[in-house]
Ligand binder design. Structure first.
Ligand SMILES: O=C(NC/C=C/[C@H]1O[C@@H](n2cnc(C(F)(F)F)c2)[C@H](O)[C@@H]1O)c1cc([N+](=O)[O-])cc(O)c1O
Ligand SMILES: [Mg+2]
Length: 214
């Protein structure tokens, strides 16, 4: 029986990355996915844009939708201020199990809370479950047709405050046209596009940064 791509990525991390060294985990995954087999991590080029926003915002409460193998969770967690938390949500239990091991190998498990299940179930109960008032920063990198409904649900559940920032991957490729139209057209958001490339390729893609104005 063959292994899955996430299992092969985890095996590469355990073989090549230094335990406890988040940067070496990130670099190992980037090397593997650039030279061995492509995978849908935000990647090194768009990852640098994400890093700059995380460092600028210094979020105390951050949410990621779409953990996959944990690449961006590790990347983000390595930049978080002390006492801040990244909550990362994953729908697929197989991917979640891999991501937990990647996050542990990187030594950032104290900064990351991985929750499993559909966003529609979790978003309405996050305030209570985690004693949250709102998220300072949200990274959307899950199913592209869920970006808009989940953003509206976060608004409705009071998880966004004036100044909360949404960062969305793949707004060009594969694309999230309804989300893009919403954040760019709504008076309640101030949106900015960061042009880049689809991870590990020369195809155009980009990240949209949108500030919620309340
Ligand atoms: O489809 C793409 N990403 C979809 C990513 C999907 C991932 O998000 C999880 N999820 C689903 N719902 C939730 C939550 F949190 F809501 F519960 C979490 C899924 O199980 C999966 O691991 C993609 C595709 C390409 N590409 O080039 O095709 C490039 C990319 O960067 C991509 O992100
Ligand atoms: Mg993506």
């Amino acid at each position: 029986y063959g292994s899955t791509r996430p299992e092969r990525i985890l095996a590469e991390v355990k073989r090549k990355a230094t335990r406890g060294d988040a940067r070496s985990v990130v670099d190992t995954i980037d090397q593997y996915c650039r030279h061995q087999e492509w995978a849908m991590n935000v990647g090194d080029e768009k990852g640098t844009i994400l890093d700059s926003i995380v460092c600028e915002v210094k979020p105390m409460a951050m949410l990621e939708l779409g953990t996959y193998c944990g690449y961006s969770a590790v990347r983000i967690a390595s930049l978080l201020p002390p006492n801040s938390r990244l909550i990362t949500m994953e729908f697929n239990p197989v991917f979640a199990a891999i991501a937990r091991q990647v996050i542990a190998w990187a030594g950032v498990e104290d900064k990351v809370v991985l929750i499993e299940g559909p966003s529609g179930d979790w978003i309405p109960k996050m305030k209570k479950e985690f004693g949250l008032t709102s998220f300072d920063l949200v990274f959307l990198d899950h199913w592209k047709d869920c970006y808009l409904p989940d953003t509206k649900l976060m608004e409705e559940c009071g998880l966004l405050r004036t100044g909360s920032i949404l960062v969305a991957d793949n707004v060009i490729c594969p694309g999230a046209p309804d989300y893009l139209e919403y954040v760019r057209g709504s008076p309640r958001y101030e949106s900015k596009y960061f042009r880049s490339h689809l991870e590990y390729t020369r195809v155009e893609d980009g990240i949209e940064k949108s500030v919620f104005l309340g």
